[in-house]
Design a protein around this ligand. Sequence first.
Ligand SMILES: [Zn+2]
Length: 75
Amino acid sequence: MRLLFLGLVALLAYFLLRKLLKNYQFSRKNQVIDTRRMVRCAHCGIFLPESEALTEGSHNFCCREHRELAKSDKG
Ligand SMILES: [Zn+2]
């Protein structure tokens, strides 16, 4: 009877661990997608990671020069 109980506990722990591991992998996957999100420079059209892009309003730029150029284009 004791062995049965131990087996049950082990089984429960196994399933719990599997679920936790799945959740962990899932959140890690989401994070990777998030950091690799690409945006487009509104001036030259080059693609770059969102984390490296400069934003001005709703536009993204690859560098400060392009941001300034786009600003002066508008007048
Ligand atoms: Zn650019």
